[in-house]
Write a protein that binds this ligand. Structure first.
Ligand SMILES: [Zn+2]
Ligand SMILES: [Zn+2]
Length: 144
C-alpha cells in the first residue's frame, strides 16, 4: 500500500473525517521530501485545487502529529517542518550563527530517552528534535 494510503487509512480508523482537500494534504506530505513546511505542502496541493488554504494545511498536518502519524520540529527562523513517522526519529543540530542544519545520529536520542526514563520514570517524546547551538565552523571562526 502506498504510504499516503496507509496514513489516510490510519486516520479513518481513528474516526477522522477526511475531506478530499485533507487527503491531498496528507498525500503531499507522504510523497514529498522527508521534511516539508506547511507552505511547501500548500504549493503542491494548489497544483490540483485552489480550494485549500494555509489554515487547512496547518490543521491537517497538526492532526497527523496529534495522531502520532507525523512529527513536527522547529528549525528556527520560522522553519517549522513536518515529516511522517516513516522517516523514523531524527535529531537536528541548528547553528544559531549561520543557520546551517546538521543531521545528527538519531541513536543518540534513544540513549537520552533511556537515561531519562531510568532516572525519572518519564518517557520523553524524542522523535523529532532540534538542538540549537554553534556549529564547528562558526566555533572555529570565533576562536581565531
Ligand atoms: Zn527532521
Ligand atoms: Zn554555523
Amino acid at each position: 500500500m502506498p504510504h499516503c494510503h496507509t496514513l489516510i487509512a490510519a486516520l479513518r480508523q481513528q474516526g477522522c473525517r477526511l475531506t478530499p482537500q485533507r487527503e491531498m494534504i496528507v498525500e503531499a506530505l507522504a510523497h514529498g521530501g522527508c521534511h516539508m513546511t506547511a507552505e511547501e505542502v500548500l504549493e503542491i496541493v494548489r497544483q490540483k485545487t485552489q480550494a485549500v488554504n494555509i489554515t487547512t494545511v496547518y490543521r491537517t498536518l497538526d492532526l497527523l502529529v496529534e495522531r502520532g502519524l507525523a512529527t513536527r520540529t522547529d528549525l528556527g527562523e520560522g522553519r517549522i517542518v513536518y515529516a511522517t513517522i516513516r522517516h523514523g526519529p531524527h535529531l537536528h543540530l541548528v547553528c544559531r550563527c549561520c543557520g546551517r542544519v546538521i543531521e545528527a545520529d538519531a541513536s543518540l536520542l534513544a540513549l537520552l530517552g533511556e537515561t531519562i526514563h531510568d532516572r525519572y520514570g518519564f518517557t520523553p517524546q524524542l522523535e523529532h528534535i532540534a538542538l540549537y547551538g554553534v556549529c564547528r565552523e562558526c566555533n572555529e571562526t570565533r576562536n581565531t
